[in-house]
Design a protein around this ligand. Structure first.
Ligand SMILES: NC(=O)c1ccc[n+]([C@@H]2O[C@H](COP(=O)([O-])OP(=O)(O)OC[C@H]3O[C@@H](n4cnc5c(N)ncnc54)[C@H](O)[C@@H]3O)[C@@H](O)[C@H]2O)c1
Length: 284
């Protein structure tokens, strides 16, 4: 996708972090914006910043981990602007912890927002893009955690590997029919965003209730670790521009942290050579 001006960008998780940066980058390129987030105030703030840049757009407060809400998001976008040219499936959370302690509902929550939300949006938007027949593009925000594995992050790795595999498979299905829809999967390492404050986006159906795990030292350590890795990540400044350049260049894998490349190689070798994955290979 080379031309952005006047086209419509639909961006989930646009209230903070990457999503807000993508919205501003789309605004710079004079796109019409449909910005979506579970946090209404945050997404309105992003929209206001984009409007100050001269952009036209709407903001929707929706939990995109529910199919009904994704259908509403897509129909509202079509009613507002009549096309969807760029879809960025960005909304996500990152829960740490070990599987034998973490309540299983946190695996359900992680899958619902990091994977199912992307499934629902592509299921609804791709038929619209095919009908349009114009140059369109989809970005699924995964993570470098989708191409490597490490300890303490099983739910997140599970979901991000699924997002990468989903993106690769959908791309091939689009290639098989000669569709004019480009696809990218964004796989960064740690970046300074609001990701460690994921608890504030917990939907009611995954409420903590009186589960003592959430008061445990184990969970407090999970939260502390999340805060440490996100606040010491790379600055967010270049994220919007680098992803939009990748869209222009129809780049599929968008990897931003070369320091993880050896780990990707190690994982591939482990698979090909029948080796056991080794925690010793993970830098501390
Ligand atoms: N920050 C990093 O280091 C990093 C690294 C790799 C991948 N990612 C991925 O980037 C994406 C964006 O994360 P971020 O780092 O900008 O975090 P963030 O918390 O700053 O932004 C995520 C946004 O998604 C929204 N959101 C959460 N659940 C939602 C739901 N159910 N429905 C609608 N919106 C919802 C939040 O309200 C928030 O505004 C995520 O998919 C994350 O996994 C982040």
């Amino acid at each position: 996708m080379k031309d952005f001006k006047g086209k419509t960008a639909l961006i989930t998780g646009a209230g903070n972090g990457f999503g807000a940066e993508f919205a501003k980058e789309a605004a710079l390129r004079e796109m019409k914006l449909v910005l979506v987030d579970i946090d209404g105030e945050d997404v309105q703030r992003t929209l206001a910043a984009c409007k100050e840049m001269g952009a036209e757009g709407i903001a929707l407060e929706l939990d995109v981990s529910l199919y009904e809400n994704v259908k509403k998001m897509v129909s509202t976008a079509m009613e507002a602007y009549g096309s969807i040219d760029l879809l960025i499936n960005n909304a996500g959370i990152a829960i740490g912890g070990v599987i034998w302690e973490t309540p299983v509902q946190d695996y359900d929550w992680t899958l619902s927002i990091n994977v199912q939300a992307q499934v629902y949006a592509m299921h609804e938007v791709i038929p619209i893009m095919l009908k349009q027949g114009s140059d369109c593009h989809i970005v699924n925000v995964a993570s470098v955690a989708g191409v490597i594995t490490s300890d303490g992050l099983a739910a997140y790795h599970m979901s991000k590997h699924a997002s990468v595999a989903l993106s690769e498979s959908v791309l091939m299905d689009l290639q098989a029919i000669g569709a004019s829809i480009g696809m990218s999967v964004y796989c960064p390492g740690f970046v300074q965003t609001d990701l460690h404050h994921y608890e504030r986006h917990r939907p009611e159906r995954f409420a903590k209730g009186d589960d003592s795990y959430y008061k445990s030292t184990a969970y407090q350590n999970v939260l502390k670790r999340a805060e440490y890795v996100i606040t010491t990540g790379i600055p967010i400044d270049s994220v919007g521009m680098s992803v939009f350049i990748a869209i222009e260049e129809n780049q599929f894998y968008i990897l931003t942290h070369p320091k993880y490349f050896p780990l990707i190689g190690t994982r591939c070798k482990d698979i090909l050579e029948g080796r056991i994955p080794n925690i010793e290979n993970i830098p501390r």
